[in-house]
Design a protein around this ligand. Structure first.
Ligand code: HEC
Length: 143
């Protein structure tokens, strides 16, 4: 996609997401245990498209247009309430699904808290949180 088009899309998306995300009720400090819960949901619901620390996205998701971004970098661009809203509602006209029916508000908050940790998270921390050997593992999305 041309950069200009991409930019317009991003800007429009940020605005419309921010407008509807204000009342998600996300607190600033989240207990470690909630973040770990979010990590497990993330591994189940998000990692096959978005990857994780030390974990590649599934091969099939690389064929999607737009390609799902590796959230480790993308997460730094979004406000907590925006991440929550995106996870709940998905993104129209892209492959980003809505998880509002699969995950309730508590789970969505946990996922959001975890996604916010992604930029600084090492593969070892991620593996410890999810209780799996994420090292060198590729999530095929088939489990
Ligand atoms: C089936 C694949 C798929 C799954 C599963 C998925 N996503 Fe996405 N996601 C996408 C795609 C594709 C985009 C890019 C949309 C765009 O750029 O228009 C995206 C974009 C995003 C963005 C915006 C990132 C950015 O900067 O563009 C966030 C945040 C996000 N997803 C969070 C999540 C979370 C949290 C989960 C799990 C609850 C999840 N996604 C599961 C495909 C997926």
């Amino acid at each position: 996609m041309a950069d200009a088009v991409r930019w317009t899309l991003d800007t429009t998306m940020h605005r419309s997401v921010a407008r509807r995300a204000e009342d998600a009720g996300l607190s600033e400090t989240v207990p470690q245990q909630v973040i770990a819960e979010g990590a497990r949901h993330y591994t189940e619901s998000c990692a096959h498209c978005h990857g994780g620390p030390g974990m590649d996205a599934a091969q099939w998701s690389r064929g999607m247009r737009p390609e799902p971004p590796h959230l480790t970098e993308a997460a730094a661009e979004w406000e907590p309430a925006e991440i929550y809203w995106i996870a709940e509602n998905g993104i129209k006209m892209s492959g980003m699904p809505a998880f509002g029916t699969l995950h309730g508000p508590e789970e969505l908050r946990a996922i959001t808290a975890f996604v916010l940790q992604l930029p600084g998270l090492s593969p070892e921390d991620y593996a410890a949180m999810t209780g799996e050997g994420a090292q060198g593992r590729t999530n095929t999305g088939s489990e």
